[in-house]
Design a protein. Structure first.
Length: 440
């Protein structure tokens, strides 16, 4: 019953050896790209192409004027430059045809003013002009051929040269973009550094205008740390997010921090997207200032906040610099001390001393209303009413642990400031006789 099993391997081997007649198998050596040599063209054909090069370039420019809307906005010198570029491209094309072994090394370096053209026209406009010109040459250059072989060779040459022409144009604009990007990065660093230092003079505004910053737009500074795997690319991400939201952004890496200056008021959606450009650590938002010249205040508060945020263990992300006043005051931030006094201490004093005394007693009693009432010899409801008034005046609820901490720090700071001011206002008694010494 197994007599046929010994022949099965031989049958399968025979099947593998039998190939269909239409099946073709290529060796690995055929996969190596082979460079095709251009066929030589007759001298008469080359002379005809050279003879008509000037006319062809003029007609190509006319076709650009008909097809491209932006071409009509070019002035006479710009049109002349485009025609010169087109005719030079034809001449280089002829030189390439005359030397079959020469590589296509066309570049805008062959022209007199390549960078001027790059500054006058965008890359998209240049690509559109190359496309129109090559469409024209593909249509009319083969008409100069005298037989099918010349037609085939000339058509292939035009197609290949048009491809290289497009790459050359892209190379010029890529080089210009790299140079502009490096220069913009230096300008951006100078502007952000000026904002941080408070050097908001005309030089800073001029540099910011070069970076397309609206001098009248509100400005907000955001400070955080870059992701460990990104570094400088975090700045590019901030620019991308801001551009998607129609905003301007100036950002730079300063040491271990990312300092970003953003235009306009920051809404919640924009802030949430912006957090992706920072690490998982704290992110502090400074106050929004009316213009870039006033952005130093936002920068100083944001930088002070990033240094103090570690004192608030459960600080949100992001956190506003104004929410870190107690921690900043403990580090000696004079701006935070003044803000606590102006926003909390002085309004309570103007409302009457009973509110400040009730707040101190309530905090000293650990937040117990009944104990506070007994200490002040008033009804507990009176304490609750006064606490409500304190919340209305300061916008901080003494019943909230975080707000109570801010109020406690503010009252302490206010008490110390009052003592310090009284010490400086005490009169200094001097002797009428400057020559009489103590104990004389």
């Amino acid at each position: 019953m197994f007599s046929g099993s010994s022949d099965a391997p031989r049958d399968r081997a025979a099947t593998r050896r039998r190939r269909p007649e239409h099946e073709v198998h290529l060796g690995t050596e055929t996969l190596v790209p082979q460079r095709k040599h251009k066929e030589d063209l007759p001298d008469a054909l080359l002379r005809r192409v050279k003879q008509y090069s000037g006319r062809l370039s003029i007609e190509a420019v006319k076709l650009m004027d008909n097809r491209l809307d932006f071409f009509a906005e070019l002035d006479a010198s710009q049109r002349a430059s485009v025609q010169m570029l087109t005719q030079t491209a034809l001449i280089n094309f002829l030189e390439w045809l005359e030397d079959p072994d020469m590589d296509i090394t066309f570049s805008f370096d062959a022209f007199n003013a390549p960078q001027e053209i790059a500054r006058q026209l965008t890359l998209r406009q240049t690509v559109d002009m190359v496309r129109v010109a090559m469409d024209f040459f593909e249509q009319w250059l083969p008409a100069l051929a005298r037989d099918d072989r010349q037609l085939t060779v000339l058509t292939q040459a035009v197609l290949r040269y048009g491809r290289e022409l497009g790459f050359a144009a892209a190379g010029v604009y890529a080089s210009a973009a790299e140079s502009r990007s490096a220069w913009d990065t230096r300008l951006e660093a100078l502007v952000v550094d000026a904002v941080v230092r408070g050097d908001t003079g005309p030089d800073m505004l001029s540099r910011a205008a070069t970076l397309n910053w609206d001098a009248g737009a509100p400005a907000t500074v955001v400070v955080g740390s870059p992701p460990s795997d990104q570094g400088v690319p975090a700045v590019a991400r901030i620019h991308t997010i801001a551009e998607q939201r129609g905003r301007s952004a100036l950002a730079v890496i300063q040491g271990s921090r990312v300092v970003a200056v953003l235009s306009g008021h920051l809404d919640g959606v924009f802030v949430n997207e912006l957090l992706g450009a920072f690490s998982n650590g704290p992110v502090v938002i400074g106050p929004t200032m009316p213009s870039l010249t006033a952005a130093h205040t936002s920068a100083s508060e944001a930088l002070a906040g990033i240094g103090a945020v570690a004192g608030w263990r459960t600080a949100p992300r992001p956190v506003h610099a104004s929410d870190l006043l107690p921690e900043r005051a403990l580090l000696g931030d004079t701006g935070a001390i003044a803000a606590l006094s102006n926003q909390i201490v002085e309004p309570l004093e103007r409302a009457g001393g009973t509110l400040a005394d009730t707040l101190d007693a309530y905090l000293d009693c650990g937040g117990a209303v009944e104990n506070c009432a007994r200490q002040l010899y008033i009804h507990p409801n009176t304490v609750r009413y006064r606490l409500k008034r304190i919340a209305e005046i300061t916008r901080l609820d003494p019943l909230n642990p975080r707000d109570a901490y801010v109020l406690r720090t503010a009252t302490t700071v206010g008490r110390l400031l009052r003592i310090d001011n009284e010490a400086h206002q005490m009169p200094t008694h001097t002797s009428d006789n400057p020559y009489r010494e103590v104990g004389a």
